[in-house]
Design a protein around this ligand. Structure first.
Ligand code: 2NL
Length: 339
């Protein structure tokens, strides 16, 4: 009998309930008229008198245990719904930390903003191109070294499939699809077969502009670029144009801005020249207009191009191109306060 009582206690200890009905079922099973405790009590009556004292004590102990267990079940059940609604579901969630804009994105957006104030619209094009849009339509001679596997990533030679080496291919597509006046700004990723170092990378970003209309002159080019330089680097910025060469422009020039660090006095950033080279530009070569079916006798235009990495290097004093592509948050997090 003692064993039976121990068994009842063990069973009851392991019992779990989830509702009032289950508590009542528990009570009936153990303390009900036909319950386990009454079975024990019936047997108790037959027990010899000398054992009654000890057994009676045990029976009372288990009864109390069962009753307490039922009381605890009731308490716990009442507590549960309260606990669930104890969380205030209207509280704001844990804040997610915002990422930061990449310096190249910041600078690209700034350049686009400046030119959109002059009426330029953004144009886009494919990164995988053909010889015609990257070289042929841009007056590159047949034997030009850029057309070589050594300088350009070819996916296929015949027919030619290659990664664009400059964003000028976007402008060629724009000229093929639109009649002048054309006023576009073309940002994009470009690819060149170069050994990676602090100053060169096989992937970089350019932004080019193209303006074609009637009577566009070199003076228009110069004033447009002066406006850009002053918006980008500050109202005191000076510019200078040096003669240069590109296959797609004639005449061509490099544009320098007065050093953004020393203001032109000379420092180690401008190598004590007072000037920083920031872009190439020129009047669109008549051959280029003709290739895209634009009559050079009626229309003229200018174009310019710059490397976004270079502008961002000057703006933020980034000393190594590789930082732009490594995704190191210690570098990226420094642009937290930029938009
Ligand atoms: C540079 C120089 C330049 C252009 C890009 C261009 C495009 C067409 C026609 C004529 Cl469709 N020109 N683009 C012109 C001069 C310079 O970029 O140093 N870029 C990083």
């Amino acid at each position: 009998m003692l064993e039976k009582l121990e068994q009842i206690k063990k069973e009851a200890e392991a019992f779990v309930v989830n509702s009032e009905e289950e508590i009542e079922a528990f009570r009936i099973q153990y303390l009900g008229k036909k319950g386990k405790m009454n079975e024990v009590f019936a047997e108790f009556k037959k027990v010899p008198n000398e054992q009654k004292r000890e057994l009676g004590k045990k029976i009372n102990e288990i009864k109390t245990f069962l009753q307490e267990k039922i009381d605890r079940f009731h308490q716990e059940l009442q507590k549960q719904p309260e606990e669930a609604s104890g969380d205030d579901l209207t509280l704001p969630g844990d804040p997610v930390k915002w990422g930061t804009r990449h310096p190249l994105s910041i600078v690209r957006r700034e350049i686009i903003d400046i030119f959109s104030r002059l009426g330029y619209v953004v144009a886009d094009g494919p990164e995988i191109e053909d010889d015609h849009h990257v070289f042929g339509a841009l007056n590159f001679p047949e034997e030009h070294p850029a057309r070589d596997m050594q300088d350009t990533f070819f996916i296929e030679k015949q027919p030619d499939v290659l990664l664009r080496t400059h964003t000028s291919s976007i402008q060629v597509r724009t000229m093929e699809q639109n009649d002048p006046p054309i006023r576009v700004i073309c940002p994009g990723r470009v690819f060149r077969n170069e050994a990676i170092s602090a100053r060169a990378h096989c992937i970089f970003h350019q932004i080019e502009g193209l303006y074609i209309a009637k009577d566009v002159s070199f003076a228009d080019l110069k004033q447009t670029l002066l406006y850009f330089a002053r918006e980008m680097f500050g109202a005191d910025t000076q510019i200078r144009l040096r003669p240069s060469y590109f296959p797609f422009t004639e005449p061509s020039a490099e544009m320098d801005v007065s050093c953004t660090i020393c203001g032109g006095k000379g420092c180690n950033v401008c190598k004590y020249t007072g000037w920083l080279e920031i872009m190439g530009c020129g009047m669109v070569d008549p051959n280029v207009l003709e290739s895209s079916d634009i009559d050079p006798e009626v229309y003229s235009g200018f174009a310019f191009g710059m490397g976004i990495e270079r502008i961002a290097m000057l703006k933020y004093q980034v000393k190594d191109l590789r930082y732009y592509f490594e995704n190191d948050v210690r570098f990226l997090a420094q642009f937290e306060n930029e938009v």
